[in-house]
Write a protein that binds this ligand. Structure first.
Ligand code: NAP
Length: 913
């Protein structure tokens, strides 16, 4: 039997451990000993741990020699293993020549550059700093020089413009290096390993970058040189620069995440003074922009200040941040618990200043910390947050912020806002009253405000900020930055999770939201709870589920032979979306649109109706608590003619989702075309026909007929604008409707027994009076209502019934958007005429039919020109079912899978191979 080659592994870290594992698979090899560094505290190097698992003797030496002389006891231990080959995969120690030459076959060593270029300890850094086009590694025979021994093999790869020290190591130098060590050992074993003398041409020795003075960046250089220096030290240790503060003090920082920036100087940046820089540097929304001596730019994404890494764009914000000092007793108990978790992971005592990574923690420890924090405190951290707060005290503050504020604490955002306190429904609710832009509540330009009136008592509830075109521009730019920045970093599944967090928060606050909606819009509280808020929550949950299921197709196209072709489509978000909504279901209209928009991966701003923006503002607060990054969702109460128009006109808005009246919808469509041809979807007015055949279930027809008109006091886009009742049951139907109307409870919408609340606002109330007057003037018979509810303050409109309505009357053609039932007769023998009459409107939103004859019902469903058809039911909408109109009721769908497509664009990719 051939003798096995006896190998000693000298080195440390995962790289050496992986080489060990690889060599263990070789039957012709025996690993006779592993020589590594001593434990740091109670942490053992992974090479030692791996060797122990495989019962390989482990030796841990702090050093091998003293004053240049090999330590006898160390030599003795080395000799005891009787190695025939030394393998040095990753070794930071000086190994004496007695050991290097002590094995029969010598020593082979890994070095991460193509020797003789970049000899020395910082070869990878210098490959990047020098702007080399290729990087690589060498395996050489160790001799008494520094990386000078004969070469056994080399491997190389191109340096990509996105490479940093980290990426090049992880993608090539590490994995290929481990494999190549195996190849090198095989070559030695088979006697085929060459010894190629290194050429002296092109040889360089580079300074060691672990010396702090070598890490200081020279900013008197071209943009490319600055970029290369930063990426050469990324992510450890980072290039050092010095900030010169206005008050004369200086602060040392480290720079990470550099890239060349060809878009030129920024217009909205704030100057940051850096030592040694004669040109300018700015903090802007994308990071820190530095101008090189050649006038080109390099952008820096992250800065380490003290022990903490922050987004460079946050520099000035961070400077204003205050750390938490006022911990409660309960929080101090949690502090001890957290210290226990850290201690268990780091295996050392934990002080306020203990740095997680400096104590030797690695990426698996981060995963463990995140898991344990989640279990102990029910706080869902992200791994990056550990990197952002690596020092114990900072980490604890982060945890406390989260515990106090929900996930808003993660961004260190102080959730400050001006609010008014709504005291209603046995509650006190703080409602923000400012615009919500880029994750913060801010005043409107020139402090403009809107008066918000309570329709139940006609009194001013509060004033809220009123956005101008300038405010809209700020919000659009914030949404634009978020779309190309933070929002892109969030994976579809994380996006879904954020939406679920938000839905959970809405659920927890549903009584508050419903109370606000009720007071602000006049919605009956129980309906607000079930529909306005309940269906909003469902919309967020429903669309959250879609986030990671947005898929394209593969398409069999014709290839140009002999080649093959792969063609596939990608569904991509559109960008910044503007949403404009009406006042009838303020929160629900917001949610229907925004949940689909966000699920598709867009960012947005919404302009809610000026008369009732309060639930939208409370919602904005919840988005921060749910953890949405700044700029993803912006809420701007304001006037349609001003802020709304600015949204439709803005050239960075790529999609407009509008719900409102047909005339404004037409106007908006023109603006979308004229501005930048933005995509738009329009959910507009309706005049939905409801047919009641004599063979219907009368009880059901009356019940649903009533709610088809009076649901949400008629402020319902799919409200049945016209009822056609078969002549045989016409009088009976009216008699029963009137009976129910007489007993309908009208009053304070917060009262649980109320069925009918006030109309939304005065202008609308006045329009309803005018609508009824026209009906009477045209000869329709007003059989009930048509006027203000007597002796009641507030915009209470009596539920109204008109009969004898003919097809050409104004009230038969136009939408009232109020509690007004318009009834016409038909004869059941002439269905064709009936269908003509039902379709004789420019609207096509919804429709309904009551009959026990399924044939009649399906015939109606075939022939009616409307986006929604209800059979023996009405108002039965669901978040999973597409909703939207035909003809002048608009186009595009809300809800269901189809709504996602409104907020996606399709890209087709063709690959020839
Ligand atoms: P609206 O007058 O058309 O207003 C809708 C929204 O558009 C409001 O936020 C409004 O701002 C804004 N707006 C007005 N002028 C604008 C402009 N020039 N540019 C951009 N935005 C502008 O409708 P509404 O009276 O609020 O709502 C009632 C209508 O909505 C009814 O016709 C109803 O049928 C329809 N609706 C349709 C659906 C559907 O799904 N199809 C659902 C609900 C309601 P202000 O707040 O300043 O007015």
């Amino acid at each position: 039997m051939a003798l096995k080659m006896r190998i000693a592994i000298i080195g440390q870290s995962n790289f050496a451990a992986d080489v060990l594992e690889l060599l263990l698979d070789r039957s012709n090899i025996q690993i006779v000993g592993v020589f590594t560094i001593p434990d740091k505290g109670s942490r053992e190097d992974i090479l030692a741990t791996t060797a122990t698992i495989h019962n390989i003797p482990v030796f841990k030496f702090a050093c091998w020699r003293r004053k240049g002389v090999a330590l006898p006891e160390v030599l003795e231990q080395y000799k005891s293993v009787g190695a025939t080959l030394n393998v040095l995969p990753f070794c930071s120690q000086f190994i004496p020549m007695e050991v290097i030459n002590g094995a029969l076959l010598g020593s082979i060593c890994y070095h991460p550059s193509i020797l003789p270029r970049h000899r020395g300890a910082s070869a990878i850094s210098w490959t990047l700093i020098e702007g080399d086009e290729v990087a690589g590694f060498s395996i050489f025979w160790a001799d008494d020089g520094l990386d000078t021994g004969p070469l056994l093999l080399t491997r190389q790869t191109n340096v990509e413009s996105t490479d940093t020290l980290d990426t090049i190591y992880k993608r090539f130098l590490y994995p290929e290096g481990v494999k190549a060590m195996g190849v090198a050992v095989d070559m030695v074993a088979s006697g085929t390993a060459p010894k190629i003398i290194q050429p002296e041409v092109g040889a360089t020795y580079d300074p060691a970058m672990f010396k702090t003075e070598n890490q200081v960046i020279n900013l008197q250089a071209t943009a490319e040189k600055i970029w290369n220096f930063v990426r050469g030290l990324d992510s450890v240790p980072g290039a050092i620069a010095t900030v010169l503060h206005g008050n004369g003090t200086e602060e040392q920082i480290r720079l990470f995440g550099a890239h060349l920036y060809s878009a030129g100087p920024v217009s909205n940046g704030k100057v940051l003074r850096l030592r040694g820089l004669t040109k300018t540097a700015w903090i802007h929304s994308g990071g820190l922009l530095i101008e090189g001596t050649d006038g080109a730019f390099v952008n820096i994404r992250r800065i380490k200040r003290g022990t903490k890494v922050i987004s460079a764009s946050e520099w000035f914000k961070q400077a204003e941040d205050q750390s938490i000092t006022d911990f409660s007793e309960d929080e101090l108990v949690k502090r001890s618990l957290l210290a226990g978790i850290w201690k268990a992971i780091l295996k050392e005592d934990v002080e306020s200043s203990t740095d997680f990574f400096a104590s030797g923690a690695g990426s698996m420890d981060v995963v463990r910390l995140v898991e344990e924090v989640k279990e102990a405190f029910d706080v869902p951290l992200q791994n990056e947050q550990v990197f952002m707060a690596p020092v114990f005290e900072e980490f604890f503050s982060l945890l406390v912020r989260f515990l106090r504020q929900g996930s808003a604490g993660f961004g260190n955002q102080q959730l400050d806002f001006e609010a008014f306190t709504l005291k209603a429904n046995k509650r006190e609710i703080r409602v923000p009253t400012q615009l919500f832009i880029n994750g913060e509540f801010v005043d409107a330009e020139a402090q403009r405000t809107l008066e918000i009136v309570n329709p139940t008592n006609e009194e001013v509830l509060c004033k809220v900020a009123c956005a101008s075109a300038t405010d809209v521009d700020k919000a659009v730019r914030a949404a634009h930055s978020a779309f190309y920045g933070s929002w892109r970093q969030i994976t579809p599944r994380q996006r879904g999770q954020l939406m679920l967090n938000l839905a959970d928060l809405m659920e927890r606050n549903k009584e508050e939201l419903a109370t606000i909606e009720s007071v602000d819009s006049g919605a009956v509280y129980t309906l607000a709870l079930k529909t306005h808020v309940g269906m909003s929550i469902e919309a967020w949950r429903y669309f959250a589920g879609w986030c990671d299921k947005i898929q394209g197709n593969t398409i069999p196209v014709n290839p140009a032979r002999p080649n093959n072709v792969l063609t596939f489509t990608r569904k991509e978000p559109i960008g910044v979306c503007g949403l404009i909504t009406p006042w009838n279901y303020p929160l629900m209209m917001l949610s229907w649109k925004m949940a689909a928009c966000i699920a598709a991966g867009n960012t947005c701003l919404i302009k809610p109706a000026q008369t009732c923006p309060l639930t939208a503002l409370k919602f904005a607060e919840l988005t921060v608590r749910a953890g949405f990054p700044p700029g993803v969702i912006n809420v701007l109460p304001g006037k349609g003619s001003d802020a709304g128009q600015a949204v439709a006109d803005h050239e960075l808005v790529r999609k407009l989702g509008f719900t409102g009246s047909t005339p404004i919808g037409k106007h908006i469509m023109k603006s979308c075309a004229d501005s930048n041809l933005k995509k738009c979807s329009l959910e507009l007015g309706g005049k939905s026909p409801l047919i009641i055949f004599a063979d219907c279930d009368m009880d059901k027809a009356v019940k649903h007929g009533m709610s088809s008109v009076f649901f949400n006091k008629g402020e319902n886009c799919i409200a049945a604008g016209r009822l056609f009742v078969e002549d045989r049951i016409h009088d009976e139907f009216i008699r029963r409707v009137l009976k129910d109307l007489r007993t309908m409870t009208i009053g304070d919408p917060l009262d649980r027994s109320t069925a009918h609340g006030p109309q939304n606002h005065k202008a609308h109330f006045d329009k309803l009076l005018e609508f009824c007057r026209r009906g009477v003037d045209e000869g329709a018979k007003l059989v009930y209502g048509g006027c203000r509810v007597p002796n009641l303050k507030g915009y209470f409109f009596t539920p109204t019934v008109f009969t004898n309505v003919t097809d050409d009357m104004f009230i038969a053609q136009e939408e009232s958007f109020g509690p007004i039932m318009i009834i016409s007769k038909f004869n059941g023998s002439d269905i064709d005429s009936l269908m003509q009459r039902a379709n004789r409107t420019e609207y096509g939103l919804a429709s309904g039919v009551f009959t026990k004859d399924i044939g009649k019902a399906l015939n109606f469903a075939d022939r009616i020109e409307a986006g929604t058809v209800f059979v023996n039911v009405y108002n039965k909408t669901d978040v999973a079912a597409p909703f939207g109109g035909f003809k002048q009721s608009g186009y595009g769908k809300d809800l269901g899978q189809e709504a996602l497509n409104e907020y996606l664009k399709t890209k087709c990719v063709t690959v020839e191979y």
